[in-house]
Design a protein. Structure first.
Length: 161
């Protein structure tokens, strides 16, 4: 895997100068490579990972398992494209195993999410069944820890005083 991509995946706020130092390259070369990755669609977005529990925003997330009947000539892509257009939907994945699609949905309340599933998602022609799992607590998301603060293991010279 491209080392630049791994660095950006870990911390997208690193400057081109910082990336160049770590990669043993120049800022210009790093900027050109990032521009190329953005143009080609490899880099799709830059995103902050937010701990919504530390804000006053009402926020509920649910993971929904969907069994679907794929459309002729469109396969699973047709129903996935239809589902991902809903504003409430954060992610859609084609899965192997006991269900076909995994959908992440967010809303302000449990009832709002439940009503979205009941009235909009489960009523789509291709949807055979749904199983909704509400997220009660996030412990780790996108590689970021949410349980307590991650401790700096380096210590401090003042720890010994």
């Amino acid at each position: 895997m491209d080392k630049l991509l791994k660095l950006l995946d870990t911390n997208a706020r690193m400057s081109n100068a910082e990336l160049a130092v770590v990669l043993g390259s120049t800022e210009e070369a790093v900027a050109a490579r990032i521009a190329e990755l953005e143009r080609s669609g490899v880099i799709r977005s830059y995103k902050a990972v937010i701990d919504w529990d530390r804000t006053d925003r009402a926020y509920v997330t649910a993971l929904i398992e969907l069994r679907v009947t794929p459309k002729r000539d469109l396969g699973f892509d047709g129903i996935a494209e239809q589902i991902m257009r809903f504003d409430e939907v954060e992610s859609v994945y084609l899965m192997s195993g006991g269900y076909d699609l995994a959908v992440t949905v967010s809303g302000r309340t449990f009832k709002e999410v439940a009503m979205f599933v009941a009235k909009r998602l489960s009523t789509l022609d291709s949807v055979v069944s749904t199983a909704t799992h509400f997220v009660l607590r996030r412990y780790k998301d996108d590689g970021v820890f949410f349980l307590g603060e991650k401790k700096d293991e380096r210590g401090s010279m003042f720890d010994e005083l």
